[in-house]
Design a protein around this ligand. Structure first.
Ligand code: HEM
Length: 494
């Protein structure tokens, strides 16, 4: 999903920041990286046809890791200017080929999994967190069946209930903010979204068990999503790997108990957990407890950072543009009436300006900066042949900023989506949720969740930047989070 190594991360990669015995880690890592380099040389086949232009580098092994890592989007946009929509470069012994713009990106989104393969690039990172038998640990045809089960569980009748659940959780959570002050919006929304997602996507029983200990287990699981985990085998003795594995075991045990109780319940709740218990593969087989718990972990973590980062960025875009914030508040009054009664799903749908604000936030700050696949067979695109062994990448952040596609590309202008020509522009110009066989199944839920939270927040508070500071993008994390995300708030005067 992501490639954004910096020098700091490379140190992390070398084990200098994450291991008690630095020497052992360094030796192991150096050996592994050398082996990886040798393996790449073997697997990167020669092909007939013109290979994509290569951005030259004089730095052995590291290649462009430092310049890409410190400002990935500037790096990619400059490369697009110079080399066009398809180009390659090396980092930490791997070759990355980027497809920039709608036409080139089509290769990834229309491809078959056996040609451009997701498991090979994501499994090492994801399987130790979600566990065996789900997502990238299984053939893609089976994962597609699991995604279909998720889609069955994410239906409009459920969303209608989710809106009330999310509004109540938000109301409870923000009591602690009081009437005015300055607070970390990212911390607040990350904590809130674990509560709302667990309640809506896991169900009442699991939400009731959610306490500080379980929140810590999620944090340890989440600590598995690092560059280190992406580059190195999971059995290495790094503390963060051990914590992740321990948390996964304990989390699954808790889920197994709840699943067993639910299976025995003659009057079960109607929720996602029940959908998964009732689901069957095409073969007629039901999901095992192990599969269900892996899918539940996956559901929560797939939406956690993506939604909390996106909603935090939206808060800052609204705090920065007070006129827009006022319009969003006025839309609440227009859609829900002067009394501002609790919001419902149909009203949420009618909040078109809030919708466009979220859409524009996802254009300028898509949480998944890069989607990746391993090239398994020679791939032809725009006159070039990409050899097997390359990691083929599409970056939503880059496609969303191409000056030839997006007028005033770096400005936050939600009303740009009123124009049908922009809304229906080139097929893969706007791809915050990906496309094709790996497309996100959580888009509608994410919209329901973030719009409900913001309906509540914008009614309650007026937001301002602190000393005019708009957060910079922290590119050292896998998902590009806001740096120093402090926001000022005070009760909104009616
Ligand atoms: C703002 C919120 C979200 C964003 C921007 C987002 C973005 C994405 C993107 C870009 C992909 C494609 C990855 C690729 O092609 O490599 C994806 C896939 C996926 N997402 Fe989301 N996501 C969000 C929320 C969610 C939520 C809430 C859930 C669960 C309820 C979820 C579950 C999934 C799943 C299961 C996949 C499929 C991965 C695959 O088939 O390989 N996402 N998401």
């Amino acid at each position: 999903m992501f490639v954004d190594s910096t020098l700091e991360q490379f140190q992390e990669t070398l084990g200098l920041a994450d291991v008690s015995s630095g020497t052992v880690a360094l030796v192991t890592t150096t050996l592994l990286l050398s082996a990886a380099l040798a393996y790449r040389k073997l697997t990167e086949e020669k092909v007939e046809g013109k290979i994509p232009p290569v951005i030259p580098s004089t730095i052995p092994f590291l290649g462009h890791a430092v310049s890409f890592g410190s400002s990935p989007i500037e790096f990619l946009l400059a490369a697009y200017e110079k080399y066009g929509p398809v180009f390659s470069f090396t980092m930490v012994g791997k070759t990355f080929t980027y497809l920039v713009g709608s036409e080139a990106s089509a290769l990834m989104f229309n491809s078959k999994n056996e040609n451009l393969n997701a498991e090979e690039v994501y499994s090492r990172l994801v399987t130790p967190v979600f566990g065996k038998g789900v997502a990238y640990d299984i053939p893609n045809s089976i994962f597609l069946e699991q995604k279909k089960m998720f889609k069955t569980g994410l239906n409009i009748a459920r969303f209608r209930e989710h809106v009330h659940i999310i509004e109540n959780e938000t109301k409870d959570y923000f009591k602690r903010w009081g009437t005015n002050g300055t607070n970390d919006l990212f911390v607040a929304l990350s904590e809130l979204i674990i509560l709302t997602a667990s309640h809506c996507l896991h169900g009442r029983e699991i939400r009731e068990r959610l306490d500080e200990h379980i929140a810590q287990l999620y944090a340890d699981l989440d600590g598995g999503f690092t560059h280190l985990a992406w580059l190195l085998p999971g059995w290495l003795p790094f503390p963060s790997f051990r914590k992740r594995d321990k948390a996964q075991k304990e989390m699954k045990q808790i889920f197994h108990e709840i699943i067993q109780k639910r299976r025995a319940n003659p009057n079960p709740d109607d929720d996602m957990l029940q959908t998964l218990i009732d689901a069957k593969y095409k073969s007629g087989r039901s999901l095992s407890d192990e599969e269900i718990s892996g899918m539940l972990i996956g559901l929560l973590l797939a939406g956690q950072h993506t939604s909390s980062t996106t909603s935090t960025w939206m808060g800052f875009f609204l705090a920065k543009d007070k006129e827009l914030q006022k319009r969003v508040y006025e839309e609440q009054l227009r859609v829900c009436g002067e009394g501002l009664a609790p919001v419902d799903y149909d009203q949420l749908k009618d909040m078109q300006l809030l919708d466009r604000c979220l859409k524009e936030t996802l254009r300028l700050r898509p949480p998944i900066m890069t989607m990746m696949r391993m090239c398994k067979t020679p791939q032809n695109i725009l006159g070039y042949t990409i050899p097997p062994g390359h990691q083929v990448c599409v970056s939503p952040t880059t496609n969303h900023r191409l000056p030839d596609t997006w007028k005033d590309f770096d400005k936050f202008l939600p009303d740009r989506f009123i124009d049908p020509e922009v809304a229906n522009s080139e097929k893969f110009a706007y791809i915050p949720f990906g496309a094709g066989r790996h497309r996100c199944i959580g888009e509608s839920f994410a919209y329901v969740q973030i719009k409900t939270i913001f309906s509540y927040l914008i009614r309650k508070y007026e937001f301002d930047l602190v000393d005019d500071y708009f957060p910079e993008v922290n590119v050292s994390t896998m998902i590009h989070t806001p740096s120093k995300p402090l926001i000022r708030y005070q009760l909104r005067k009616p």
